[in-house]
Write a protein that binds this ligand. Structure first.
Ligand code: SAM
Length: 238
């Protein structure tokens, strides 16, 4: 089954439009968004666009999704030398924002070679060539990811959860890899549009302590209030 380019490119580009902080069920096609091929094609296109016109492409869940994390980092007094891993960095836009905010011990990983090339080019255009981006599958990192103060995930656990083959195993492996990657008392910052707060609390329970929820835009429907995007902070505990 084919997914139109439109459904992907419409999402989350501009946070000033409340619609852009939204990620409906229709935007996600489990059998496609959970595959490496899908992301490789998507970032190949974005790479071409960046080369042609300098547009970095999609900002998943909008600019505000980065600002709210940076505000939390300020409040939590995360030091500028904290080691920070951006899991599934995509176009590297979050790395750029973190570096501009003063963070200098950053690394991004992504399993899509085109994403890695794009994010390196995006960082280079901002004179941030000292921020490394590695081609790496988070679920098969051979113990290379260790000792981080902070792991950030914006949309990657969502994508991994949509793996058509074995999403249950992938989710379990994700949690284990994350545990290994974080220092004791390190923070995990997740932004998701696939999972509710409760589902994330249930998933990241063993080895993690819930810290707080970051406020995200809410909507009302049928007298009930809900959030289209969930942003949570967890702390690694042993
Ligand atoms: C929804 S996009 C989000 C990209 C980026 N975090 C952002 O906010 O723009 C999901 C990203 O996760 C990456 N990804 C998915 N599964 C991965 C895995 N197992 N290892 C590394 N990266 C993965 C994809 O290549 C893609 O860049």
């Amino acid at each position: 089954m084919e997914v139109s380019t439109e459904s992907v490119e419409q999402k989350s580009r501009n946070a000033s439009d409340p619609e852009d902080d939204k990620c409906s069920d229709n935007d996600f096609e489990p059998s496609i968004l959970g595959t490496k091929e899908y992301w490789e094609e998507a970032y190949q296109r974005e790479l071409e666009t960046f080369t042609d016109i300098g547009d970095v492409g999609e900002i998943w869940f909008g600019e505000e999704s980065m600002s709210r994390v940076l505000r939390w980092m300020d409040k939590a007094k995360i030091p500028e030398n904290a080691s920070i891993l951006d899991i599934g960095t995509g176009n590297g836009a979050f790395l750029v924002e973190l570096a501009k905010h003063g963070y200098r011990n950053l690394i991004g990983i992504d399993y899509s070679p085109a994403s890695v090339e794009l994010s390196r080019n995006v960082l280079k255009a901002e004179d941030l060539t000292d921020v490394p981006v590695k081609e790496m599958d988070f679920l098969n990192c051979q113990g290379e990811l260790k000792g981080f103060d902070i792991c950030i995930d914006k949309g990657t656990f969502d994508a991994i959860s949509l793996n058509p083959d074995d999403s249950t195993d992938c989710k379990t492996l994700y949690v284990q890899t994350l545990k290994d990657a974080l220092k004791d008392k390190g923070f995990f910052v997740i932004t998701s549009c696939n999972w509710t707060k409760q589902q994330l609390l249930d998933r990241f329970i063993e080895g993690f302590e819930y810290v707080q929820e970051l406020p995200t835009p809410s909507f009302q429907f049928g007298g009930k209030t809900g959030n289209s995007v969930t942003a949570l902070i967890f702390k690694r505990v042993h």
